[in-house]
Design a protein around this ligand. Structure first.
Ligand code: FE2
Length: 284
């Protein structure tokens, strides 16, 4: 599916932009399904704020249990200081995660559609497993920043095999908070590993192991480039590539869907935050 030039550029840059890989209709269908899931979701039952703030993530058992569920995570700016929702439920969500690619038929079909199996095979993955998915809303005005990070920090395998497929469900621009990435940055070390502090006790939370002191590049600094892409585009991300996105302060939504794959031939540690005790990982 990929040309030799595209494979070379992925190996060189650590990312690859495939413009308009998916039809507008497929994007719209996925977003409509996401809104149905949100409408059916009861905020009080599972309220969980998602930010890249370490404290929030560390203390959130809902997050740790979401590896084999479909949960909704809210923006931190959606609540007043007393914890009351100050915007409409639909407009308050940061993301849906993390197993809708296996649990929901619309998400499963999108995540396993042609030409994705061949795309992943072309990148050298022997035994692809769809590990995790996220529908990221990035709503107008309150869509939060995703600070510079490497996906391998959160989706650790030995050796590192994670590949992210990031789909723009609407045009992603500088204005509404497109991805930024550091070309070639995947050649650098994975700086941190995020893991469960105690595999037998989720209430013990999570820790970051510092693996390397080299600072990650910051969004908007000279070493990172914005990836402005039209609706339906797929950005393929190497697991060690520093990337992120700035807040959406515009009036335009920037919805995206990402699926992260790992190679089933690699070891998957039992202290990774994401565990699937009841549901074995599936491929295409
Ligand atoms: Fe990421």
């Amino acid at each position: 599916m990929l040309t030799a030039d595209q494979i070379d550029s992925f190996r060189r840059d650590g990312f690859l932009v495939l413009e308009r890989l998916v039809s507008d209709a497929a994007c719209d269908e996925l977003l409509a399904r996401a809104n149905e899931l949100v409408d059916a979701f009861e905020p009080d039952a599972h309220r969980s704020v998602f930010t890249t703030d370490e404290q929030t993530r560390t203390s959130d058992e809902v997050f740790l249990a979401s590896g084999d569920r479909v949960d909704c995570f809210f923006e931190d700016e959606a609540f007043d200081p007393e914890g009351h929702l100050i915007v409409d439920k639909r407009a308050a969500l940061n993301k849906i995660g993390h197993a809708q690619h296996d649990l929901d038929p619309v998400f499963s079909a999108f995540s396993r559609a042609e030409p994705l199996p061949q795309l992943v095979a072309d990148l050298g993955m022997d035994d692809p497993k769809l590990l995790q998915s996220m529908l990221i809303f990035k709503h107008p005005r309150i869509g939060g920043e995703v600070t510079s990070h490497q996906d391998a920090t959160f989706l650790w395998t030995e050796p590192n095999t994670v590949i992210g497929l990031w789909f723009a469900l609407a045009d992603a621009t500088l204005e509404n908070g497109c991805l930024w990435a550091q070309p070639g940055g995947h050649e650098g070390p994975v700086r941190e590993r995020f893991r469960r502090a105690d595999v037998t006790d989720p209430s013990a939370g999570t820790v970051f192991d510092q693996l390397d002191d080299t600072p990650l590049p910051e969004l908007g600094d000279g070493s990172m480039v914005p990836l402005e892409v039209p609706k339906g585009s797929c950005v393929v991300l190497h697991g060690a590539l520093p990337h992120g996105s700035l807040p959406n302060r515009s009036d335009i939504p920037r919805p995206a869907y990402s699926v992260h794959l790992i190679d089933g031939t690699a070891a998957y540690p039992e202290d990774n935050w994401l565990q699937r005790p009841e549901m074995p990982l599936r491929g295409f």
